[in-house]
Design a protein around this ligand. Structure first.
Ligand code: NAD
Length: 249
């Protein structure tokens, strides 16, 4: 039995896919949740769903690539619920799909701004608030592409590998102060981020996972819940790979 009741979590990119599943699972376990997303409509949609299911959520609109927005998202948690114990830096984008020798520098910057700088801005403002609240935990959503390379998406791979290093450094600094910080590395999960792939590409990718299929957003949400819960109280600075065996070979 995990006891999350009355605690407070901020989830970025919570308006769709994996982030939506995380926000809903945490809320269904008694957490107060800030549903933060760059899309106001989707943040509101997920917030309304949670509240209709008897949970406690508040919507926040923030672009994680803008540090002022990220600071305001943390302030929203503290203003609404009084404290902040947990954060999940999940917001992310694809893009820049070409070998590095042909990569558009603007695409590189867009991906780094959201997928790497967004996580830094999150940690920069979440950590002081969590310390003031008496400690807690943070999960950063990286990817299997934070563990292995991919010829066609160098910016995404670079950002997700950097999130691994950032997470480990943050864990070393803050484990002694009562914040456990870990990363999760999903294999391919069917969400709108994969919309650029056609059906046959998706089938081929599914086959690369020894489990024989793509993952689900709920499967990643359960890994997040574990890393935020007291059940993982001795886990800090790890890369939890949830990929159906993709990187085991
Ligand atoms: P998704 O597109 O369904 O959801 C991403 C959410 O992030 C959207 O609601 C979007 O509005 C939001 N977002 C995008 N840019 C933002 C910004 N600048 N500021 C705030 N919010 C922003 O995709 P998803 O698959 O749920 O992705 C969630 C995370 O999981 C991402 O970090 C992604 O890189 C990672 N991931 C996904 C997969 C996969 O196969 N789906 C695999 C590994 C890792």
């Amino acid at each position: 039995q995990y006891s999350f009741s009355g605690r407070v979590a901020l989830v970025t990119g919570a308006g769709s896919g994996i982030g939506e599943a995380i926000a809903r699972l945490l809320a269904s376990n008694g957490l107060n949740v800030v549903v933060s997303d760059v899309s106001a409509d989707n943040a509101q949609r997920v917030t309304s769903l949670i509240n209709a299911e008897g949970g406690h959520a508040v919507a926040n609109v923030a672009n994680v690539a803008r540090i002022d927005d990220v600071e305001a998202a943390v302030a929203c948690a503290v203003d609404t619920f009084g404290v902040l114990h947990f954060a999940v830096n999940n917001a992310g984008i694809g893009g820049g799909q070409s070998p590095v020798g042909e990569l558009d520098p603007a695409a590189w910057s867009r991906v780094i701004d959201v997928n790497l700088n967004g996580v830094f801005y999150g940690l920069r403002h979440q950590i002081p608030a969590i310390l003031r609240s008496g400690g807690g935990a943070i999960v950063n959503i990286s990817s299997i592409l934070g563990v292995v390379g991919d010829a066609a998406s160098p910016a995404y791979v670079a950002a997700k590998h950097a999130v691994t290093g950032l997470t480990r450094s943050a864990a070393l600094a803050y484990a002694p102060k009562g914040i456990r910080i870990n990363s999760i590395h999903p294999g391919y999960v069917l969400t709108p981020i994969l919309d650029f792939l056609d059906q046959s590409a998706l089938q081929e990718i599914a086959g690369l996972h020894p489990i024989g299929r793509l993952g689900t957003s709920d499967e990643i949400a359960h890994a997040v819940a574990f890393l935020l819960s007291e059940g993982s109280s001795f886990v800090a600075g790890v890369q939890l790979i949830a990929d159906g065996g993709y990187t085991a070979r």
